[in-house]
Design a protein around this ligand. Sequence first.
Ligand SMILES: Nc1ncnc2c1ncn2[C@@H]1O[C@H](COP(=O)(O)OP(=O)(O)O)[C@@H](O)[C@H]1O
Ligand SMILES: [Mg+2]
Length: 307
Amino acid sequence: MSSSEILIKARNLTKKFGSFTAVDHINFEIYKGECVGFLGPNGAGKTTTVRMIHCFWPLTEGELYVAGFNVSTQACEIKRIVGVAPQEDNLDPDFTVIKNLQVYARYFDIPKAEATKRAKELLKFFQIKEKQDVLISELSTGMKRRLILARALINEPQILLLDEPTTGLDPQARHIVWDEVRSLRKRGVTIILTTHYMEEATALCDRVLLMDNGKIIEQGNPSALVKKHIGAEVLEIDNDEKLLQTLKAEFPAARFEAFGDRIHVFTMQPHGVFERFLERNSLTHVTIRNANLEDVFLKLTGRRLRD
Ligand SMILES: Nc1ncnc2c1ncn2[C@@H]1O[C@H](COP(=O)(O)OP(=O)(O)O)[C@@H](O)[C@H]1O
Ligand SMILES: [Mg+2]
């Protein structure tokens, strides 16, 4: 459960690469026991932020504290209590599955017997125990991802940083990762993840921070953000001028957005308004669906491709 104890605190956190500002004076707090998602289009600054939390990149400006330790002066203390699953696959292809964990454990001075015990437990937890003696090249993408998660936990971290933990996974593998993340959270691990999947953020995160162009542009609980920015439901209709005029008359405050040859209608209104409208006007080719975090994401960051 989350508490009100602040575990990570960023003030004017800034990272520049040359003259380019990747993270631009951001402020945030992460509370103990939370699962928090950093969302945002490609290049928003999510990975750079995560990398500053685990002392990979020095800050250009600002302050960042992790469990009370200053990232600029107490990297050793922080690395001991943080686990990191990076965005890219950086497993060692020359080692077996279990050896990858044992070698990683050396960075934390974990004695060999203890490292092997933990490695076996983690491989069991992540459902890859039967693969412990095979080389990395023999693992599926989902297994590699789960091994990276296992590796991130070898030092029994209080804080787990997961950078796009399920990118490229099929739905089965993604759901296994979700179950594992939930069960780690239940054990009290504070989790920060980045993701492009709004469904994932909704399923896992107590709170999300939405980044764009190096800034945090919105934050909050996923369903509260949906309610605040979109409302309860979205109506999707074929692009038809007569129908549009009827809708505009009925919902003068609504927002209409073209999406290919479909129009999405956002009203901020509660459940049921679209259904009653449809009943009064016998309409076909319309869909009422629940508003979701992706609607919020697209509203706040736009539809322009970023890379
Ligand atoms: N080592 C680097 N050198 C120069 N620019 C970088 C470097 N790392 C990231 N960037 C730039 O910083 C911006 C933010 O990158 P990143 O944090 O990886 O974004 P995200 O993870 O949100 O996709 C991008 O424009 C990226 O190209
Ligand atoms: Mg990234």
